[in-house]
Design a protein around this ligand. Sequence first.
Ligand SMILES: Cc1ncc(COP(=O)(O)O)c(C=O)c1O
Length: 416
Amino acid sequence: MDLRLPTNQCRQDVADFSSEVKIMIKEIYLDNSATTKLDPSVMEEAARAAREAYGNPSSLHRKGREGERVLTASRKTLADLLGVREGEIIFTSGGTESNNLAILGIARRYRRRGNHLITTAIEHSSVLRPIQLLEEEGFEVSYLLPDSKGLIGAREVLEAIKPETILVSVMHINNEVGSRQPIAEISADLKGKKPDLLFHVDAVQSFGKVPLPPGLEGIDALSISAHKFHGPRGTGALFLREGVQVKPLLLGGGHERGLRSGTENTPGIAGMALAAKQSFEGMGQKAAELQEMKKRLLTSLKTKHPWIKINGPEIGEKKGAPHIVNISFPGLQGEVIVHALEEHGIYVSTGSACHSGDTGGSHVLQAMRLSPEEIAGAIRISLSRHTTPEEIENAIEIIHETISWLKQLHEKMGKA
Ligand SMILES: Cc1ncc(COP(=O)(O)O)c(C=O)c1O
């Protein structure tokens, strides 16, 4: 049974469906892995910094010192939350820049030690693209494949180490399927096998959602991005362990210890610090609540539609993120489902980001060896600490109605 729709026909049918279905709900935003809504108190904090501490933090006068104080306080907040030193936090423009700086900066700086890098096939493009650039510059790269649930084994990482390996980069939580990699285990093993190896972690999807190793033990560099935890967009940070050096990417006035030139985004940084603090408050309780909502969502949909496939770790498994769900509806098109749900105020995303040049859909789902049909029919539903159980109940109902309708429609079309 082929449930795919031709695109034009699809848009018309989705529009017809919207007027047919009577359930009307207010917006339910379930695309929090793409970005989160700015928290009003964070917006106010950023506005306050812009209003009151507008001086350039590098200026010598009082206004400059006010800006500098905002940076110092924000740096301390992030360092305290991570259990690291203030001097180990570098402010950046977000996850992409943090990942680029860590990977390009470390590899180019330590090139004389060796030219081998290890990463995984399921990293975000802001890790994979710089690594591809390094390959063009002559580095050799081992790309580790996940198992069918999107998990990377610590043993596989260890086995990939060579005498010339200088850097290992493994993401904590995968942004598409929510698999949670054993970061603490990996770091312990790495340092045991090759003490001078440097370990970078892309924690963009995990910071403020699940705990990180205390004091980031065994981790040399770690990327975060404010807009993934209800902070402002265009603001992030890179933790860089004292003693670890990077070749900077941005050259100029020597801000951020010369590692990231450019006048600091004081309002964004102030907002990020508050958002970070808020996301760490009651994190365990929130994660348990999210896990419960995720379980409810998956078990209900699976009961109503046993033919669907859940991509990523099993429900309730510790190896799964509490806030990311990825489901394949084989035969349907993820894009069609996204638009049909949008008509009812539900915002989710396709499993595969449609970047230009993408062939065959999501590189993550491909690496997990899903069939082309399963990849084409995948959607990602991502929650945040603002998501409520009531929203999930409504979403279950609408998703169920939408999927049933799409299936019926295709069956009808198949017979016509
Ligand atoms: C795992 C991961 N790393 C990095 C990024 C890039 O972060 P930013 O959007 O702040 O550049 C994202 C964004 O989706 C992500 O999910």
